[in-house]
Design a protein around this ligand. Structure first.
Ligand SMILES: [Zn+2]
Length: 280
C-alpha cells in the first residue's frame, strides 16, 4: 500500500510533469474509480477544461489543484495498489488502468489500480483540510505541527498497540505498515506496546525515527517491497526496500544484532515485524 514516501514521490514528479496543463478530458475506464460521485460523468464535469494550478499531497493521497471559477481539488485515493503514470497519449492502455486524464500538450495522466480499492474524488476549493476526506486527519509528520509533545499527548489517550496508533491517519497522516514497522525498530520500541505506556524519552525517539524513516523513504523514491506493486510516475521502482530492517524479514537475521526477526499478527491479518533483542 502506498504510504507517505510513495505519495510524496508522485507529488514531486507530477509537479515537474503536469503543472500548467489543462485537463481536456477525463475517461473513466472502470466505474469503481469514480464511486464517490453519482456517476463518472459527474466526476468528469468537475475536472474537464480546468488548468492544473499545482500539485499537493495529504497523508497518502496525491492532490491536483485545479483552477477556474470554482476551484477544485482532485484527490487520488491510492488504496492498496493505486499508481499514477504520466505517458505520451499514444502509449497503449495497460490493463489495470481505471481512469485517464487527457492533458493538453499530448500527455496522459493515468490512474492504474489492480485491486480496485482506490479512486478519484473531486472536491470544491483547495483547502483539503476542510473536506470530509481529511477533516479529521492528524498532522503531517514532516511538518512543524508534529512534535514529540504532540505524540506524548495523543499516545496518553490511546490504549491500542503502538503500531496500530502509528497507522491511524487521525493520529499521524501518511504512515502505513512498512513505515510503522521501521519507525518502531529505529526507535528501539516493541510495536505491540500499549501507546499509553510510552515514556517521554520513547516519544522523542519515535518522533526522531518517524522523521528519519519518512525522509529516507522519500529520498529513495518510495518502497517497491516484495508484496507491493508500487512504481513511480515514470514506471520505475523505488529503492527504500533495500534499507529495510524488519518489514517482511520474518526469520531473517536482524541487521544489527543477528537475532531472527519476528512477526506478530494484528487484528485483520496484518503482521508487525520486529526484533526481540533490539526493541524493548
Ligand atoms: Zn536486533
Amino acid at each position: 500500500m502506498p504510504e507517505l514516501p510513495e505519495a510524496e514521490t508522485i507529488r514531486c514528479q507530477l509537479e515537474r510533469e503536469i503543472v500548467g496543463k489543462t485537463v481536456r478530458r477525463l475517461e473513466v475506464h472502470d466505474a469503481r474509480a469514480g464511486r464517490e460521485h453519482r456517476s463518472p460523468k459527474e466526476l468528469a464535469s468537475l475536472v474537464e477544461g480546468r488548468r492544473i494550478q499545482g500539485v499537493g499531497r495529504r497523508g497518502k493521497a496525491p492532490l491536483l489543484f485545479l483552477d477556474g471559477k470554482r476551484p477544485t481539488t482532485l484527490i487520488f485515493r491510492l488504496g492498496m495498489t493505486g499508481l499514477l503514470r504520466v505517458v505520451p497519449a499514444e502509449a497503449p492502455l495497460e490493463k489495470p488502468t481505471a481512469a485517464t486524464l487527457v492533458l493538453s500538450g499530448g500527455k496522459h495522466l493515468r490512474f492504474l489500480d489492480q485491486r480496485k480499492f482506490g479512486g478519484l474524488i473531486a472536491r470544491p476549493g483547495h483547502d483539503v483540510n476542510s473536506t470530509p476526506d481529511f477533516r479529521d486527519y492528524g498532522p503531517e509528520p514532516l511538518s512543524d505541527d508534529f512534535t514529540p509533545e504532540y505524540l506524548k499527548d495523543i499516545f496518553s489517550r490511546r490504549s491500542a498497540k503502538l503500531e496500530m496508533v502509528l497507522m491511524d491517519q487521525h493520529v499521524i497522516a501518511g504512515i502505513g505498515k512498512i513505515c510503522s514497522d521501521e519507525i518502531c525498530f529505529r526507535a528501539g520500541i516493541r510495536p505491540a506496546r500499549s501507546a499509553r505506556r510510552l515514556t517521554k524519552p520513547m516519544c522523542e525517539r519515535l518522533w526522531q525515527a518517524a522523521r528519519e524513516v519518512l525522509s529516507e523513504g522519500i529520498a529513495c523514491r518510495g518502497s517497491s517491497a516484495r508484496d507491493e506493486t508500487y512504481l513511480d510516475v515514470y514506471g520505475v521502482p523505488g529503492s527504500f526496500q533495500d534499507r529495510i530492517y524488519v518489514y517482511q524479514r520474518t526469520g531473517e537475521p536482524c541487521r544489527v544484532c543477528g537475532t531472527p526477526i519476528r512477526r506478530t499478527r494484528l487484528p485483520g491479518g496484518r503482521g508487525m515485524h520486529w526484533c526481540p533483542e533490539c526493541q524493548k
